[in-house]
Design a protein around this ligand. Structure first.
Ligand code: FEO
Length: 402
């Protein structure tokens, strides 16, 4: 895409990544892709805020060359050192060898650690400002949104916030880069939630802290380094991130994520009875087959819904492996504040129920009930399974205060 002017003298110079299969080597984006947004400010001094992943350096530098002679660049602003935003730096420096690189002290250390860059680097302090001529940039330290060195840059006169990973989302920018020009805002909000739960959620407390630092700051545009630029309704993405982050410490939405894995469908039949019990209470339920669906697509429900049903059999004395993978990632992403229940079959000794209870305790989930049954689902009392569903649904309703 060509550079796009978002305010006089301020340009989006981002690139779309349609090559990477898994973001961070973990999260599927082969269908959705992702954008690495960077922003060029052409004032008396010329500055760029964030860069791109190394493999897209050619596209990125071509974007810049359309607007000016890269050798004239004065500043590179490093909001965040992760290589999806700094990979192009060494290529850029070949064209602009005298540029000054600005970042928080931890970013300066990482510049040396990642790229061996130690010259023409300046440490910023929280709240420090830089005049570019007509425009002023203010640097606000927002550690752990997403790494410890992360900061957000605020352009004072235009009210533009450049928050890097904060308020970002998956999905390439297919011709339209703004919230008011994209054709499917719900898709981008959904991909922002998936990105949030995959990448940012463990740092929810830091996100809320960062948002609080801008409470009294007029924000006219939120220009993150992944996904849409929010100019028609910048408060929308801030509100969404604030709501999602808040779920780390208080009950989430009234609904249940039903995770299931099954070998010979005995656990599946029992789960169906649990689902009947949940449905009888009018609580929404979202069913995910962990054998088929990547955890990336499960985490949004797991994070936002108050209840969790784990339905999985014992496999070789322990939890069904695909389910264990989901639970381990849920733990890694600090999915807490859940009302939870378990059901699953075993052939002789069991073990899945014990693993579930151990993981639930680790994540501080409130286990409402837990049923392991031997053999086929025809051998168990399905009324017990229905009752488990009722109990879980009622606990979720009760937790919401409804
Ligand atoms: Fe988009 Fe944490 O890097």
């Amino acid at each position: 895409m060509k550079p796009i002017e978002i305010r006089p003298g301020v340009y989006w110079v981002g690139v779309n990544d349609r090559v990477t299969e898994r973001f961070e080597g973990l999260w599927p984006i082969s269908e959705e892709g992702i954008s690495y947004n960077a922003y060029l400010i052409l004032d008396e001094k010329k500055a760029i805020v964030d860069l791109s992943k190394e493999m897209l350096s050619d596209d990125f530098l071509a974007q810049l060359s359309e607007l000016f002679d890269i050798a004239e660049l004065d500043y590179v602003i490093i909001n965040h050192m992760e290589p999806d935003h700094t990979g192009a730096l060494t290529h850029l420096l070949k064209l602009a060898p005298n540029v000054t690189i600005l970042g928080m002290p931890k970013a300066v250390q990482m510049l040396s650690d990642f790229y061996g860059i130690t010259e023409n680097v300046e440490r910023l302090s929280n709240g420090q400002e830089l005049s570019l001529g007509k425009n002023t940039l203010r640097f606000v330290y927002t550690p752990f949104v997403h790494w410890p060195e992360t900061m957000m840059t605020y352009m004072v006169e235009e009210g533009i916030l450049f928050p890097c990973d904060g308020f970002g989302g998956y999905g390439t920018l297919d011709g339209a880069i703004f919230d008011d020009t994209c054709s499917d805002i719900e898709y981008f909000e959904s991909e922002a939630l998936r990105y949030f739960t995959n990448i940012v959620a463990p740092f929810s407390k830091s996100v809320l802290s960062a948002i609080s630092k801008f409470e009294d700051t007029p924000i006219e545009i939120v220009a993150p380094s992944h996904g849409l630029i929010w100019r028609e309704d910048p408060g929308r993405i801030i509100e969404l991130y604030s709501r999602w982050s808040g779920y780390y410490k208080k009950p989430a939405e009234v609904g249940i994520t039903a995770l299931f894995g099954t070998m010979y469908r005995n656990t599946e039949h029992a789960m169906n009875a649990v689902l009947e019990g949940i449905a009888s209470q009018g609580v929404p339920v979202y069913v995910y087959d962990v054998r088929k669906i990547h955890t990336s697509y499960i985490l949004p429900a797991l994070w936002t819904q108050s209840g969790v049903l784990v339905a999985a059999p014992t496999y070789e004395g322990g939890m069904f492996p695909d389910m264990m993978n989901v639970l381990m990632m849920a733990d890694r992403k600090r999915v807490g504040n859940k009302k939870a229940a378990y059901i699953g079959s075993y052939a002789w000794s069991g073990g899945a129920q014990k693993d579930f209870e151990s993981m639930a305790e680790k994540m501080e989930w409130d286990v409402i009930n837990s049923i392991g049954f031997i053999g086929g689902s025809g051998e168990m009392d399905l009324d017990r399974a229905r009752e488990l569903g009722v109990q879980l649904a009622q606990a979720v309703i009760s937790d919401s205060g409804a």
